[in-house]
Design a protein around this ligand. Structure first.
Ligand code: ADP
Ligand code: MG
Length: 273
């Protein structure tokens, strides 16, 4: 295992990543680089493959990589099981966090730290947990509640960011962490991420809506459509999507399934082939 004690962000480099789920090809050659310490946004319409990319990078067994590479700090991610990727410093904020009845938030956090070799003395753990919970405006009662069990949408997202704050990953992938949040919760969650982002932690923020990006201020914005990154640009790309939607970029949604590669006649390259 490489040395993870440095706690420094590292480059994520994805090349030609092709992924199938249940024999259906979802990602069709994703190219994406998130340089160490940068905040990048991945946007795209529903069903474009954003969550598939997040799950594939974190090592979910359901997603089969059929071609391409993904490295983090030069380390071949695809060769590692999910737990090793987490120990390497990769963290995925789930779009739909799972409840674990019977496991309290405090015990869950302790177990997560232990699993990554980041255990700390009980007093320090409690002090840090209290600090991070206060920063995220999470009520103290949550320590003793079962993780995500009966949490509201906003509470689940805060609990995800709390894990991130405790684990201090080197790269956080946030999958629609903004969905289901009201404006105040969105600001709290975004501030929680911004506080950690920097030389120690890069961020890949997956989002359907540009709102959270006003807070996260990404260095770059990428647009995924039909399993490929079809456009990358600066933060102004998010503003453009906010203003005009995806259509000017990917074409009318009815033909969005062609990945936006339409010929002048409006017939897709694939249809012509
Ligand atoms: P996004 O997060 O951008 O909305 P997803 O990655 O969730 O997109 O899904 C991309 C495509 O893959 C969709 O067409 C979806 O129906 C399909 N898909 C995702 N998960 C599965 C699965 N487990 N089985 C079959 N198809 C799936
Ligand atoms: Mg998704």
């Amino acid at each position: 295992m490489p040395d993870v004690s440095t706690g420094q962000a590292a480059d994520l480099v994805v090349r030609g990543l092709t992924v199938s789920v249940d024999d259906k090809e979802i990602l069709r050659g994703v190219d994406l680089t998130v340089p160490a310490g940068e905040v990048h946004a991945l946007m795209g319409p529903n069903g474009s493959g954003k969550s598939t990319l997040a799950y594939t990078l974190s090592g979910h067994p359901k997603y089969t990589v059929t071609a391409g590479t993904a490295t983090f700090g030069g380390e071949d991610l695809l060769a590692l099981p999910a737990d090793a990727r987490a120990r390497l410093g990769l963290f995925l904020c789930f779009q739909y966090p799972t409840a674990i009845p019977g496991v309290t938030t405090v015990n869950f956090m302790r177990a997560a730290l232990r699993a990554q070799g980041k255990e700390m003395p009980a007093r320090e753990f409690i002090r840090r947990l209290n600090e991070e919970m206060a920063a995220l405006r999470i009520d103290e009662s949550f320590r003793a509640r079962y993780i995500n069990d009966g949490f509201s949408g906003g509470e689940k997202k805060r609990a995800e960011i709390l894990q991130m704050a405790m684990l201090r990953p080197r790269l956080s992938i946030l999958d629609e962490t903004d969905s289901g949040l009201d404006v105040d919760a969105l600001r709290t969650v975004a501030n929680g991420v911004t506080r950690l982002a920097g030389p120690d932690m890069s961020v890949l923020a997956i989002t359907h809506y540009p709102r959270i990006l006003e807070y996260l201020k990404p260095d770059q914005v990428h647009v995924l459509n039909h399993g490929r990154v079809i456009l990358s640009g600066g933060p102004e790309l998010a503003s453009q999507i906010e203003r005009d939607g995806y259509e000017p970029i990917i074409g009318p949604t009815a033909v969005a399934a062609d990945g936006g590669r339409r010929s002048l006649t409006g017939v897709t390259a694939e249809a012509q082939a």
